[in-house]
Design a protein around this ligand. Structure first.
Ligand code: CDP
Length: 258
């Protein structure tokens, strides 16, 4: 953030370094139910980010001292693969991934109906396969779809999306160069239906007014991302329904043969 550079991040016409307009998202693709062993899963591509999310539970929380007799605990592990970044990343948890795991757990917990599952744990694993700025938002958005795929009851889906400031302009969803050389990056998690903010961080600085603009931009975008999440889930359920139909048909065939 705010490193000096000669690169021009926004041109005179307001076009960003990757060709986007200030309020334009990078392309997003989401697929639900990609892992057979997990209770729920999702794969998400967001610009050049590639992220997998897997959910287990609700299941009995271990070790037992972690159990809460009033509600389920939500434990998220965000992990970057060694090959996900330019310089090989040392495998294993570091301060950054511990922080990201914590803030994503809290954002997810705010939508999950944890009181329905006392003494349980809902475990969320986020694996970043390829990183290009905005992985916490990508991971959170994927995790939310994976939770729904696992059938975990929730108030709503939650969406992660960042906004920030680049060369004096408020922009949506910073790319890698913008994140490195821009003035501010503000990752947010939003409950799209109500506009409630369940995560707000800021790296760099901007005025109060710019911050409000950035938040409005991210809120608008969260509705677009929300549609993509729901479409991914609808496609997933259509496939499940189709598989069930085929299973019933083949069982009837067997019965007829008998
Ligand atoms: O990924 P996110 O923007 O949520 O978090 P960040 O800490 O602001 O990191 C921004 C970007 O820096 C990541 O998306 C990666 O592309 C890159 N990064 C890296 O190259 N090596 C690391 N150990 C951590 C981050």
């Amino acid at each position: 953030m705010s490193m000096k550079t000669d690169i021009k991040l926004i041109d005179d016409k307001g076009v960003r370094i990757d060709g986007r307009k200030p309020d334009q998202l990078r392309p997003i693709k989401i697929e639900a139910g990609v892992l057979k062993r997990a209770d729920g899963s999702a794969y998400l591509e967001w610009g050049k980010n590639k992220v997998l999310a897997a959910v287990y539970g609700p299941r009995e929380a271990h070790p037992r001292h972690l159990q809460d007799s009033a509600k389920a605990i939500v434990q998220c592990r965000y992990n970057m693969a060694p090959f996900s970044v330019g310089d090989r990343k040392r495998p294993g948890p570091d301060r950054r991934s511990v922080e990201i795991s914590k803030i994503i757990s809290e954002a997810l917990e705010s939508v999950i109906l944890t009181e329905l599952f006392p003494r349980s744990s809902i475990d969320v694993f986020i694996e970043v396969l390829q990183a290009n700025a905005g992985t916490r938002c990508a991971g959170l958005t994927a995790a939310s779809v994976a939770l729904a795929d696992a059938g975990i009851p929730m108030k709503d889906l939650v969406v992660g999306c960042a906004a920030g400031k680049v060369e004096g302009t408020v922009v949506l969803d910073l790319g890698k160069e913008e994140d490195n050389f821009g003035q501010a990056d503000v990752p947010l998690a939003i409950i799209p239906r109500t506009g409630e903010i369940v995560l707000l961080q800021m790296d760099g600085d901007m005025t109060r007014e710019e911050l409000f603009n950035a938040i409005d931009m991210a809120k608008d975008a969260s509705l677009r991302i929300y549609e993509l999440q729901k479409e991914a889930l609808r496609r997933r359920y259509a496939i499940v329904a189709e598989e069930e139909k085929e299973e019933i048909a083949s069982m009837e065939e067997i019965k007829e043969e008998e």
